[in-house]
Design a protein around this ligand. Structure first.
Ligand SMILES: Nc1ncnc2c1ncn2[C@@H]1O[C@H](COP(=O)(O)OP(=O)(O)OP(=O)(O)O)[C@@H](O)[C@H]1O
Ligand SMILES: [Mg+2]
Length: 386
């Protein structure tokens, strides 16, 4: 929740925009808005023409490979890096108008970054003391924040007496204790082991919902992004490739990059051999498959058929597309198996299918099938045909 001091700073009429000059300070505006920003380190442009509007109370994730500009964008919100073009608005106000120390932002980083010689209490109280909050109030708020991260009564401990997961909870308590307008989380789970990571995912999400805080989360872990976010921004080389709900970016990737980054999609190259409905694509591996093209495509045009491993079933299904091949490798995962299958034409595809009977072995014949509406079509430039 935004705190009281918020209302004292009024937006400039020029920046009030559609909300109108009489709107209460940013009441109806997005929590954070990027308008065509560029960020450069010397001559190197790390972020290019980035625009995004983040609703109040939502959980938005910046997802992308190392070096794509995720941390740089977070830092720009906190004022830790300057933008070289465009505008950033927080709660409807241009941040250029707000000095860094008045930006009411909570930060959690990958490394816990707790003060090692301060107690848990002093670590969590830091942002409150800095804001001149009265002592009894500090005590109450620190207690509440520790309660929230499920470490009540840990006030007197030192960070060295806590596990990695517990330290990260303290870092979270420290970031939310002063009720920031926006909570920025930069790969906060990457230093934790797999079990702790999953537990913390659920907890961070729960705290975000309970407090109604706007959270911007950075990760390069697609599972983390899919499971936690209201919206995902898939980034590539300093720009947003696609913004959408987890389902949208996973089921309907806008580009080959998004399809590939989110969940190892099979990309089957081919050419349109029949442009009526259903559209038929002749794959480079030899098979003809039916697809649902959103519009008629000229015969002979080059396309890529994108199919998720989970959409491929083992065995022939009536009226589905069939891809016969040979098992190259099989991994048993308990309830399902991952097969790598050679379907000819030097093409290997990946299927993640429930185990029906036994797991097939390397070298065995296999038939994979998928429905026409279980794939996405990309054009020659790698963009979704829509
Ligand atoms: N202080 C800096 N000076 C010069 N270049 C920088 C600086 N910080 C980042 N960069 C460059 O800007 C680009 C974006 O970096 P950034 O740290 O935002 O990436 P990231 O998406 O957070 O990556 P990672 O997943 O590895 O944390 C990278 O190419 C990086 O090398
Ligand atoms: Mg980073």
């Amino acid at each position: 929740m935004p705190d009281g001091q918020d209302a004292k700073i009024h937006p400039r009429p020029a920046s009030a925009g559609a909300e109108g000059a009489n709107a209460a300070a940013g009441a109806s505006s997005p929590a954070v808005e990027f308008r065509n920003i560029d960020i450069a380190y010397g001559k190197f442009v790390a972020v290019r023409d980035f625009s995004l509007s983040i609703r109040k109370g939502s959980f938005v994730t910046l997802l992308g490979p190392s070096g794509c500009g995720k941390t740089t964008i977070l830092r720009s919100i906190a004022g830790l890096v300057d933008i070289s073009a465009g505008q950033i608005m927080i709660g409807g106000r241009r941040v250029d108008d707000v000095p860094i120390y008045k930006r009411n932002i909570g930060l959690v980083f990958q490394s816990y970054a707790l003060f090692p010689h301060k107690t848990v209490f002093d670590n969590v109280a830091f942002g409150l003391k800095y804001r001149n909050v009265a002592k009894p109030e500090i005590k109450r708020k620190v207690g509440q924040a520790l309660e929230m991260v499920r470490l009540p009564g840990s006030e007197k401990k030192l960070p060295s007496q806590l596990s990695g997961g517990q330290q990260q909870r303290i870092a979270l308590a420290r970031a939310i204790v002063f009720e920031p307008q926006v909570l920025l989380l930069d790969e906060p789970l990457s230093a934790l082991d797999a079990n702790m990571r999953e537990e913390m995912r659920v907890e961070i999400k729960k705290i975000q919902k309970e407090t109604g805080i706007t959270a911007i989360f950075v990760t390069h872990d697609q599972e983390e992004a899919l499971s936690m976010s209201d919206r995902i921004v898939v980034m590539n080389a300093g720009s947003a490739e696609q913004v959408g709900t987890p389902e949208e970016v996973y089921e309907r990737p806008a580009t080959a990059f998004v399809a590939d980054f989110l969940g190892k999609a099979n990309m089957l190259a081919g050419t349109v051999s029949r442009s009526d409905r259903p559209t038929t694509v002749k794959l480079a591996s030899g098979q003809a498959v039916n697809v649902l093209a959103p519009r008629p495509l000229p015969q002979g045009s080059a396309v890529t058929v994108v199919v998720r491993p989970q959409k491929l079933a083992v065995g022939a299904k009536a009226s589905a597309n069939r891809l016969p091949g040979r098992v190259v490798s099989a991994s048993y995962l308990g309830s399902s198996a991952i097969y790598e299958v050679d379907i000819g034409g030097k093409t290997n595809i990946r299927a993640n299918a429930p185990i029906d009977g036994r797991v097939l072995r390397e070298g065995e014949a296999i038939e994979l099938s998928f429905d026409a509406d279980d794939c996405v079509l990309l054009d020659e430039a790698g963009r979704r045909i829509s």
